[in-house]
Unconditional design. Structure first.
Length: 163
């Protein structure tokens, strides 16, 4: 068998990686009295004991250097109702919280209202990985909701089919 694509340019890789659907999370904290956020589709559960999760962030991110120092991060697993919020939270410019309702804890973790799950987390380690970093976080607390998640597939937000 011969593979048809040998060109590993970013555009081709993005298409290949986009074949794998993933959930979308908002990673947020209050910094200097203002909510700050990034959106990620590279979120994964890592360990039950201790409770660990991870996500990948581009080295070129200008928001992650601000968030990494927050004592507590709010991770919101975005639901079907968050397709507009996911785009807004992922924007490079503008108010990332426009039209997004949030809840902030006393420790500064910010959560998106109506999400499938809220995880209060603390960064434990960053591992360099090419043009990204893998961020490992310990889950301190969580809250689960009965909502269906939004899915990112082929560069678009989608809903899961009802069974």
């Amino acid at each position: 068998m011969t593979l048809t694509h040998t060109d590993l340019d970013p555009s081709t890789l993005r298409k290949a990686f986009g074949q794998f659907p993933s959930g979308v999370v908002a990673i947020c904290a209050e910094l200097d009295g203002e909510p700050t956020a990034i959106a990620a589709s590279s979120f994964v559960g890592v360990s039950f004991d201790p409770p660990l999760v991870a996500f990948c962030v581009q080295n070129s991110s200008t928001t992650w250097p601000k968030l990494r120092g927050a004592g507590r991060l709010g991770i919101s697993v975005l639901g079907e109702a968050h397709d507009v919020a996911a785009r807004t939270l992922a924007a490079k410019t503008g108010n990332r919280f426009e039209g997004v309702t949030t809840t902030t804890t006393g420790e500064g973790a910010v959560f998106v209202d109506g999400a499938c799950a809220w995880l209060d987390a603390t960064v434990t380690e960053e591992v360099p990985a090419g043009d990204h970093a893998i961020v490992l976080m310990r889950v301190n607390e969580l809250d689960l909701r009965d909502e269906s998640p939004i899915v990112f597939h082929r560069s678009a937000f989608r809903r899961l089919a009802a069974s």
